[in-house]
Design a protein around this ligand. Structure first.
Ligand code: GDP
Length: 616
């Protein structure tokens, strides 16, 4: 159905409940595609709603919402997981179906994966150290010498040695960050509570996170070697949070330990195995391509991208083509936590992988693809989707509303920057060069903070408050700051060549400029006869002289070369008795200009539309 809308353009309308599903980072082009409209009309409608955007620009959910409401549609954003599922589906990979199809024949027991959480200073790090050194095999292999982000130890339970996998990043931040990406790695949480201190804010936070994720908890009551230790009080305190010790009739195992004196560690590991056996069905199919999660990753000068991945199902082999988030490659070599080379890794095995072309993020899922080409294509598609989503987010931070307001108030729009570099000379040179960029008077560039060293939480916070973009020159994120930047939608860019930074900033400045609209003439018609109708007002019986006359287009009326009516729209358009959408040069038609009735024979009706002018 075509109906009039804002801006005098015609757009197919929904009935107010027609749902349109869009990806994060979609543009007006995508929206236009779904409703079979002309993207330029959507630009115009949006413009009349007070938002300026190009047809290809990524827009945020709010903007789409406003536009959709106007046109009678309801917007539903496709979640990142759904999007990725669709993306993999295009390559015939359906991870869910794969898991659902696995029965008892394929499934084999796998070790539990454990994360250690708890309040700061309650001994999480010390406990992980203690567990690492209890490993019965570690002695022979020379101990766990490498920090690779996760390790596996063997523990004895009822005379049988069984492996347990530990995520070597203490605290619930990593746990939550991974969950935020849709990766559930942890099977069991060890909640460390210092017996001389008791339940503290982060203890509660940690247990909330674990409970929200449906992860069973084993409580390690730590520092029992201390004089002030009161393990019974911890048990009593935690009953308030639904963690009731077995000895009090509950089903949570509490183990008294001293991470420092290495007391109770074996019992703790046994409690983990007991809890796993009682509460969980830990099985996976080892006989297929590996799927799992990246736990940690970094760029090594000599070895390139180094990622520790945890295999969750299937078996990973040297030579496999893999994708981890937006990184891809071929497994060149694998190492365990002892630095020993492996040729394969089975479920719940953490392993350090060499051979990725870039560094994945902690929490990115990985999978083995049928071949290199597929791996690369999946990675590229993911990257494109991510970039689009990022663009939409960024637009939200530097919003057009603020922009329009600033313009109305006569202020100029400012691009705020935070500059960080490895040496002060570089930061100064960068700042000098950036401030020399000439983009006219409409936009302004301001360096709100500069400094030497990694990009810190403080930098990101500043950027959040002032809508700034962070530029890192030969520096990286400080620990955990990347997550924060991502969460806040702060744009952080890294460079090692100054002119690239300058080029990008220049482009950003141009992108921020208000789009300019120009009038494009569509056609003219000459009035031959005027029909007076009490119902529709005056109708101009006209002959189209040039171009086309389109219903809902903007119009003006000229009499002897002078404009006598402007900002009108072609309200009705008829060929004989029938409604027409457009009428071409050389044809006759009846034109109604709404409430504008001052039409005379020989007047000229000119129609036009506003189009965005590309910037030089
Ligand atoms: P985290 O912040 O939870 O990782 O805590 P740490 O493992 O860094 O430990 C904090 C402090 O408590 C350190 O000074 C440890 O030496 C100390 N600590 C940890 N476990 C024990 C323990 O079992 N007994 C005693 N006395 N001190 C401990």
């Amino acid at each position: 159905m075509q109906a009039p809308s804002l801006g005098g353009v015609s757009v197919p309308r929904g009935d107010g409940s027609t749902v349109i599903r869009l990806r994060h980072g979609a543009s007006l082009n995508d929206f236009a595609d779904k409703i079979d409209a002309n993207p330029a009309s959507l630009v115009t409608v949006l413009f009349h709603l007070g938002e300026m955007a190009t047809a290809t620009q990524s827009l945020d959910e709010d903007t789409f919402g406003t536009l959709a409401a106007e046109l009678g549609y309801v917007i539903e954003m496709v979640s990142a997981e759904e999007e990725d599922r669709e993306l993999l589906g295009a390559f015939d990979i359906d991870l869910e179906a794969e898991l659902a199809e696995e029965g008892d024949d394929q499934l084999q027991p796998r070790p539990p994966v454990v994360t250690v959480m708890g309040h700061v200073d309650h001994g999480k790090t010390k406990l992980l150290d203690a567990i690492r050194s209890t490993d019965v095999v570690a002695g022979e292999a020379g101990g766990i010498t490498q920090h690779i982000g996760a390790y596996q130890v063997k523990a004895e339970h009822e005379g049988v040695e069984r492996p347990i996998t530990f995520i070597d990043t203490p605290g619930h931040e990593a746990f939550t960050a991974m969950r935020a990406r849709g990766a559930q790695v942890t099977d069991i949480a060890i909640l460390v509570v210092a017996a001389d201190d008791g339940v503290m804010p982060q203890t509660i936070e940690a247990l909330n996170h674990a409970q929200a994720a449906g992860v069973p908890i084993v409580v390690a009551v730590n520092k029992v070697d201390k004089e002030a230790a009161n393990p019974a009080k911890i048990r009593q305190q935690l009953t308030e949070y639904n963690l009731v010790a077995e000895e009090y009739g509950g089903d949570t195992m509490f183990v008294d330990v001293s991470a420092k004196q290495r007391i109770g560690i074996d019992q703790l590991l046994e409690a983990v195995l007991l809890t796993a056996d009682a509460a969980l069905d830990l099985r996976a199919n080892p006989d297929k391509d590996a799927r799992g999660v990246a736990v940690e990753a970094n760029l090594d000068r000599g070895r390139g991208a180094v990622a520790t991945v945890l295999v969750q199902s299937g078996t990973l082999h040297v030579g496999d083509a893999i994708v981890a988030g937006t990184a891809h490659g071929r497994v060149r070599a694998m190492f365990d936590e002892h630095g020993a080379t492996l040729t394969e890794a089975t479920p719940a095995r953490p392993v350090q992988v060499l051979g990725l072309t870039s560094v994945p993020r902690a929490g990115d899922t990985f999978l083995v693809a049928p071949d290199d080409r597929t791996a690369r294509q999946i990675a590229e598609k993911r990257e494109a989707a991510e970039r689009a989503a990022q663009l939409a987010k960024r637009r939200k931070r530097i919003s057009l509303e603020d922009f329009t307001q600033a313009l109305q108030q006569g202020k100029v729009e400012t691009l705020n920057l935070v500059l960080k570099g490895d040496v002060s000379g570089a930061v100064e040179a960068l700042e000098d060069a950036l401030l020399k960029i000439d983009v006219g008077d409409e936009v302004d560039l301001r360096v709100i903070h500069r400094g030497v060293g990694a990009i810190t939480q403080n930098d990101v916070n500043l950027a959040t408050v002032d809508n700034a973009i962070i530029i890192g020159f030969n520096v990286k994120f400080a620990e955990r700051v990347e997550e924060l930047a991502e969460r806040e939608g702060v744009d952080v860019r890294f460079y090692s060549v100054i002119y690239q930074a300058i080029d990008d900033v220049e482009a950003a400045l141009k992108g921020m400029l208000k789009p300019e609209y120009e009038e494009v003439q569509l056609g003219t018609a000459e009035v031959r006869e005027v029909f007076r109708s009490s119902r529709f007002g005056n109708i101009a019986g006209s002959l189209v002289r040039s171009g086309i006359i389109r219903r809902n287009a903007k119009a003006r009326v000229l009499r002897k070369g002078t404009v006598i009516g402007d900002n009108l729209s072609i309200d009705s358009l008829k060929r004989f008795k029938d409604d027409a959408t457009e009428v071409r040069e050389g044809y006759e038609c009846g034109i109604g200009l709404g409430s504008f009735n001052d039409i005379e024979v020989d007047d000229v009706i000119e129609t036009y539309e506003m189009r965005e002018k590309p910037r030089a």
